[in-house]
Write a protein that binds this ligand. Sequence first.
Ligand SMILES: [Zn+2]
Length: 457
Amino acid sequence: MITDRMPVLGAFLEDNLWFRNARSVFPSLTRVCTTSVATGAWPGRHGIVNNQFHLGGDLSGPLVDTARIDQLLELKDRSGAIVTADSLGQRLAAEGRSMLAIHCGSAGSGFLVNHTVHELGHRTFSIHGADATLTPDIVPEILAACGPLPGDEAPKLDTVAYTGRVATKVALAQDQADVTLVWLPEPDTSFHFCGIHSDGAEQAMRAADAVFAEILQSVADGPNAGSTAVIAMSDHGQIATSALIDLAGRLRADGFRAGEAPGDDTDILLTGGNMGELRPIKPDPGLIADLGHWLMQRDEIGMVFADPAHVEGAFSPEVVHQTHARSADLLYVMRSDEMPGPGGIPGIGVYTGGVPLGGGMHGGLNQYEMNTVLGFSLPDGRCAMDDTPASLIDIAPTILSLVGSSIGGDGRVLPVFEAEPELAEVEILKAGRGDFHQRLVRSRIAGRSYLIEGGRA
Ligand SMILES: [Zn+2]
């Protein structure tokens, strides 16, 4: 798809250093991913454990929707912190370095790329305007240079073009930050709402490629061309949706009082999509076991994560780095496979809602959700296709190493100058009960365990 629709990105990856086995985190959802990029940490340490989650210990409160800045700020009041790991922005600021984010995805994701930006002397621009950034002073400057903010319809071609103008006229103009992040909302939005195999998605990819070309040209023409690294990346992939499942309805039909919000007739809170959590309102290991085994009896369920001491056949949440105090005791992933979907593009699965049927989704561990784009071009850097595992958690440590700093984190500094001597070791975990069998593939290198793919076996 990249070669056909994004020739500039395709050539960039072919001509430079391309981590072909780069992977997302679990769940492969944008605000979880964003925070892993921003901290070099797995969700188990940074604490943004899902795009939406119920807060353990305070289940009477509302769902935390990380797309919303007001709810992220409330998270601090409710649990003492928003992000619980050091961020790239904080590390850069400690070294006297600057970071500018041009963020044209969701307001929550723009917040999480540098969540204390206003305290650091850094700046973040959000396409959602002054109310969606902690540094609103940047917005009038960008409006003056680039014109009024675009609309929000998919495919977001106007937003993509606007992002390009901000990147080239402001971010990469004369007064550059030490680290500049440019975040495009496409092709993610079009994959979701038009379908992965759609004219809208193709237009969005072509538009994104044109912006990438402008960025490369701007760097090449800029004052720091000889000392600038360019990293091209995505935070997840997508698969097509093939059937909509009313999981809450099926739970209720079988006697479980499940719902999406606290209420008189609700004992269990759930979230959905390609994956989700199930939390009993009152701690109840017996109920967790009943729910876990109910999930395993369903054809539409792909994976189940819970303490295997209570839920036989489950994977421990630890194996996917979901070890935060906020992590749910019971997580499920909807069933998917690698069969071709619309247009012959591989990866389809069932889901519980969030996009129109046939639209793209992500969140689970299907390899087509987990595989990300990750390419580097840097002065004196390697040019190679590298198959060693890499993940979102490695971005911040690698950027910091390039500016001579480090982050105490989960990720490693990627081998951008010399190939790594160590070979990765693949491990395949299996679990199951009755007719339910699940597998998880991980790859170990440098003392770290990368998530490669998983699903129903
Ligand atoms: Zn998305």
